[in-house]
Write a protein that binds this ligand. Structure first.
Ligand code: N1C
Length: 322
């Protein structure tokens, strides 16, 4: 057989590539350096990788999934679709306040900045000041509707009476209604796992402080005759510890609010725990009299009773009201 040029196998050895001893040592060193380098790079990488510490665990529901998208979406829905006639107050360019879409970006950011990277048990009114400023909204006098333990019914009422406003019928209340949110001091992320529970963890959590802050502002801005829908079918028809009893009635301005009109509503077929003549309602009247605000009360206000009857048309108490 004819050997190819420059290649002459040593008898008894397999044909292949032969390296000198020196080259083998060099290759070995090179390999060692490469392996060591890779190990060092991996270790440094693991140590330096920005790790988010695990969030603290609380007893309340975690941040609502897609919180920031919901906030932005609701803001645009409110300002562009639901109430385009209510111009939002823009501090920088009042003449351009019709450009509400710009405000939604700022409102979304201000909302997140109010609680992200902060201790969720140390939330304060101050945290929400920019958000409040950006969502400033005036409602006409005689249109404010407060409620306590009557969430659904009060909103059914203002849904039909489009000229009336609960807090959830204003931009800020509309955006936040039914959502949960909180962050953590050691992280810039939202805590989707859990948030502090008002009773079990701490009072000064982001949502409780938020509702107290916006409820206070809603009451401060109220004027004329204001209304409150109360639930007469529960034991605490008026509760001094509720947002209404603890925050709102104490922040109505006597010079602006002439009267509080209470509607004590009873569930169709439900118990009549309290009515306008109950001592518990007198407690409310007394607090208001000390604040120079007059008070009137009516049981089962017909326009709201109609709404209850739409859902219970066959109930005996509904046959007599029409
Ligand atoms: O504690 P409440 O009622 O008396 O609060 C109701 C009262 C209303 O007049 C509103 O203006 O306070 C305002 N308000 C809200 O608008 C609101 N939307 C959602 C207060 N709380 C609000 N929430 C949530 O419901 C919030 O989580 C809070 O703790 C409850 C209060 O409801 P409630 O006890 O029936």
């Amino acid at each position: 057989m004819k050997a190819s040029a420059g290649f002459s196998p040593v008898p008894g050895e397999e044909p292949g590539c032969h390296l000198s001893k020196k080259a083998k040592v060099c290759l070995g060193i090179l390999l060692c350096v490469l392996v060591a380098g890779t190990i060092v790079a991996v270790v440094v990488g693991v140590l330096k990788w920005p790790r988010t510490p695990p969030h603290r665990e609380w007893n309340g529901t975690g941040t609502t999934p897609h919180f920031s998208e919901i906030v932005l979406g609701r803001c645009y829905t409110y300002t562009q679709v639901l109430r385009p006639e209510l111009r939002l107050y823009s501090t920088k360019q009042p003449e351009k306040s019709f450009e509400t879409h710009k405000d939604c970006g700022q409102i979304g950011k201000a909302f997140m900045n109010a609680f992200l990277s902060k201790d969720p048990c140390n939330s304060s009114e101050q945290d929400y000041q920019l958000l409040l400023k950006l969502t400033n909204q005036t409602t006409p006098c005689h249109t404010n509707v407060f409620w306590s333990k009557s969430n659904q019914l009060a909103h059914q009422y203002t849904r039909v009476r489009q000229d009336m406003f609960t807090l959830e019928d204003t931009l800020m209340g509309y955006i936040a209604d039914g959502l949960d949110w909180c962050g953590d001091a050691g992280s810039s992320e939202m805590n989707y796992q859990s948030c502090p529970h008002r009773r079990k963890d701490c009072i000064n959590n982001p949502t409780s402080v938020f509702w107290d802050t916006v409820s206070k502002r809603f009451a401060e801005n109220a004027c004329g005759v204001v209304q409150v829908v109360l639930n007469g079918s529960i034991s605490n028809t008026f509760d001094e510890n509720s947002t209404f009893g603890r925050v709102e009635i104490h922040n109505l301005h006597p010079g602006k609010v002439s009267r509080l009109q209470a509607w004590v509503m009873h569930d169709i077929g439900g118990v009549h725990s309290h009515s306008c003549s109950s001592p518990i309602i007198n407690d409310l009247k007394f607090i208001l009299s000390k604040r120079n605000i007059s008070f009137t009360c009516q049981d089962d206000y017909r326009p709201i009773k109609f709404l209850q009857c739409v859902k219970n048309p066959d109930h005996s108490s509904c046959s007599s009201i029409i």
